[in-house]
Design a binder for this molecule. Structure first.
Ligand code: HEC
Length: 193
């Protein structure tokens, strides 16, 4: 096995060397492909294709309750985000106050968190599934992620304590900050939004 790997490495560095000798650019006379790597399989692409859009496109099948989320949260998230999402070593996940008029720009002390700042509940799924727990991203199942999302939304008093989140219910959750964000479709000039 080791021999095979070594041979392959020699082959690669030999072609890299040839390329370097000739100016390191694919110009006339160079092969259009170097023959390194292979096309990704549909299955490999599917594993990476996890983005969830604001309207819920991309959400996988699965479901999770606030109750299940509470258990998972205590095990996997509380150490960094606080027992009740109030923040600990890292970001708080719960906040309801957004000032008199969404005052984040004028009041630096106002904390920005899921509950008072995020415009879409679906982003919470996307982010958690892709990036958390911080030290083990990619380890949560869709069911676990739906449950954690349900729990964090309940901590923020956005969904009731018996809520269940899934492909259909999550996109219907209206976040308190939803109407505070608008598409920036200005075309220049003195248009203020
Ligand atoms: C080892 C510490 C750690 C653990 C455990 C952890 N997180 Fe995080 N979390 C972080 C850090 C650090 C950030 C900020 C990352 C950044 O800004 O790039 C973060 C950010 C977040 C945010 C975004 C907060 C915001 O408003 O920007 C959410 C939501 C979140 N984590 C959810 C979770 C959930 C759910 C779990 C449990 C499955 C979890 N985290 C476990 C460290 C952790």
């Amino acid at each position: 096995m080791r021999m095979v790997v070594a041979t392959a490495l020699v082959a690669v560095s030999a072609s890299a060397f040839a390329l370097a000798q000739s100016g390191a650019r694919a110009t006339a006379g160079q092969p259009s492909r170097l023959g390194i790597g292979r096309a990704a399989t549909a299955d490999e692409i599917k594993k990476l294709d996890i983005d969830v859009m604001p309207d819920g496109r991309g959400l996988p099948p699965g479901r999770g309750s606030v109750g299940d989320g509470a258990t998972l949260y205590a095990q996997k998230c509380a150490s960094c985000h606080g027992k009740n999402g109030e923040g600990a070593t890292f970001d708080r996940l719960v906040a309801t106050d957004s000032g008199k008029n969404f005052d984040f720009a004028i009041n630096a002390k106002l904390p920005r968190a899921v509950g008072n700042y995020w415009p879409y509940a679906t982003t919470l799924y996307d982010y958690t599934y892709r990036a958390m727990p911080f030290t083990q991203p990619g380890t949560l199942t869709p069911d676990e992620t739906y449950a954690l999302v349900a729990y964090i939304l309940a901590l923020n008093k956005i969904v009731p304590a018996d809520a269940v989140m899934d492909q259909a219910s999550l996109p219907k959750v209206k976040m308190p900050a939803r109407d505070r964000f608008v598409p920036d479709n200005r075309r220049g000039g003195k248009v203020v939004k």
